[in-house]
Ligand binder design. Sequence first.
Ligand SMILES: [Zn+2]
Length: 101
Amino acid sequence: MVHYTCDGCKRPLDDQNDLRYVVKIEVYAAVDPLDLEDQDDRDNLDELHDMLEGADEARANELDDAVYQQHRFDLCPECRKRFMKNPLGRKSTEMFDFSEN
Ligand SMILES: [Zn+2]
């Protein structure tokens, strides 16, 4: 039996009793194909290909990370609620007063 831990508050999640939410985050370099077609030279793409092919493997992985990353988190219902309110983890002191515990 697989045991999950909430990636937000680190508490163990019991499959029997706890709802578990999965958050998948994809971060990738935005390239608009239409924009590329509008530019009549494809030098930028060719350059990128040359970089990726010419680089050694470690460097290539580094470049791939810069272009595309995927993360997966398991969240308990409470942390899911918090995440939905503030997905980017922005400081919310303007909205809430945390000064008193
Ligand atoms: Zn949690």
